[in-house]
Ligand binder design. Structure first.
Ligand SMILES: [Zn+2]
Length: 235
């Protein structure tokens, strides 16, 4: 399985002849274009976790001819930007639902922001999880009520993810959260069985280096913190 960093929370995952693209609103290295033109795939699925501008953009419309399915969070249905997409190729997904065809299985979970998170299972049995904007959004200068609410909704959602087994998980390590940037990730890796942890949602911040606390509490889960668009990891 090959993971390619696009930008922000954008990734392309290749498993054998299947390409799955997540939250591709910008792709400065043209990684998806290159794969698209090489045509060395049987299926292409384009998934978007929610409508925020830094996750959903119209550039992915260009892939429609070879896209098997656009799988969009249902909040995207209400945007103007989606009107240019071919409606017969879009499946809208709400939280806690499933979609599958003869190749992949998609399971959705809730977010703690807008939209959903995704788990995708490939025919090989390999699985990936993409958090979207699901995170423990602990903004240190926020009110106590808001901090408690952020913790509550994050932990409530984590109950649904307890024991999740995936080959790779894409999860926010947002530098804007400062000292709290790993709080969600630590809880997430402790409660799941993630074989590779991939940091995302970190544009304009230096490369993430797992803190000693993360390393210890995550039991040395391998991490990848891509910063350069087009960077790849084979797992
Ligand atoms: Zn976001």
């Amino acid at each position: 399985m090959e993971l390619t960093y696009l930008y922000n929370s954008g990734f392309m995952v290749r498993d054998e002849k299947i390409l799955v693209v997540f939250d591709d609103y910008e792709d400065p290295a043209n990684a998806v274009d290159i794969a698209y033109d090489q045509n060395d795939f049987d299926r292409l699925y384009v998934l978007v976790t929610h409508a925020h501008f830094d996750h959903f953009g119209t550039r992915i419309r260009a892939y429609a001819p070879k896209t098997t399915r656009y799988i969009f969070s249902s909040d995207i249905k209400h945007t103007k930007r989606v009107k240019i997409f071919p409606t017969n190729k879009i499946t809208y997904i709400k939280r806690y639902s499933n979609w599958q065809d003869d190749m992949i299985k998609v399971t959705s979970f809730d977010s703690t922001d807008v939209g959903i998170s995704f788990m995708v299972e490939f025919p090989s049995g390999r699985k990936v999880f993409h958090a979207g904007d699901f995170n423990w959004w602990h903004w240190a200068d926020d009110t106590r009520e808001n901090l408690e609410l952020a913790e509550k909704i994050f932990k409530r959602q984590m109950k649904r993810l307890d024991g999740l087994e995936v080959d790779a998980a894409f999860f926010p390590i947002d530098g804007r959260l400062g000292a709290s940037q790993e709080m969600g990730a630590i809880e997430f890796v402790q409660r799941t069985k993630v074989k590779n942890f991939v940091a995302m949602h970190r544009v304009d911040f230096p490369q993430w280096e797992p803190s000693p606390a993360f390393v210890q509490l995550s039991k040395n889960v391998p991490t990848w913190a891509p910063v350069t668009p087009g960077e790849k990891l084979t797992i």
